[in-house]
Design a protein around this ligand. Structure first.
Ligand code: HEC
Length: 160
């Protein structure tokens, strides 16, 4: 009887833990990020090393939790950073925002994303909230962000 209960409990426990992992390991679309703090913007020109796929005009946004991370380079779990990339449309000596190319996301959770510096990486194509671009669990994103280990793998520095 005891071992039956124990096995039953173990089964429930294993089911629960695998649900948590399977359910949470995907980085969610950052709903509402246009209302978050705007950290900075940058235009990446053709010919730059990041041209493919990041050529264009991007803005970086951070949620409330991420703001603290920019102060001391320790982003708490729940921090979300967004790389919002649109085309840089040149018009009458201005550079304007064109169509959205992609929305890059970094979501901090040390337990779930331990293999990639505690950050989950994802990209959403164009204006889609569901069409995911990252196929390797963020390994290729992290291979570049890894160089920023002193800043918790984050490149952007807020405007002074
Ligand atoms: C070859 C290098 C490189 C790769 C690969 C790369 N990034 Fe980045 N990423 C950068 C740089 C450089 C910045 C800073 C841009 C700025 O300062 O405006 C950045 C910024 C970001 C930001 C804003 C937070 C920060 O670190 O500044 C997010 C979110 C982001 N990248 C997501 C991704 C995702 C998702 C992938 C994979 C699909 C990815 N990156 C792949 C170089 C890279």
């Amino acid at each position: 009887m005891k071992s039956f209960v124990a096995t039953g409990l173990l089964g429930v426990f294993l089911t629960l833990t695998s649900c948590v992992h399977a359910g949470d390991s995907k980085v969610n679309y950052p709903e509402g990020y246009l209302g978050w703090a705007h950290i900075k913007s940058m235009i990446i020109e053709p010919g730059h090393a990041l041209e493919n796929p990041f050529q264009g005009l991007h803005h970086v946004y951070g949620n409330q939790k991420a703001i603290k991370g920019f102060e001391d380079s320790h982003f708490p779990d729940g921090s979300v950073l967004v790389f919002d990339l649109v085309q840089d449309k040149r018009l009458n000596k201005t550079i304007q925002e064109g169509e959205r190319k992609l929305v890059g996301v970094m979501h901090k959770n040390k337990n779930i994303y331990g293999n990639t510096g505690g950050w989950g990486f994802e990209g959403f194509a164009g204006n889609s909230h569901t069409q995911r671009l990252v196929k390797d669990k963020g390994k290729s994103c992290f291979s570049c962000h890894e160089s920023q280990s002193k800043h918790d793998f984050v490149f952007a520095k807020p405007r002074k």
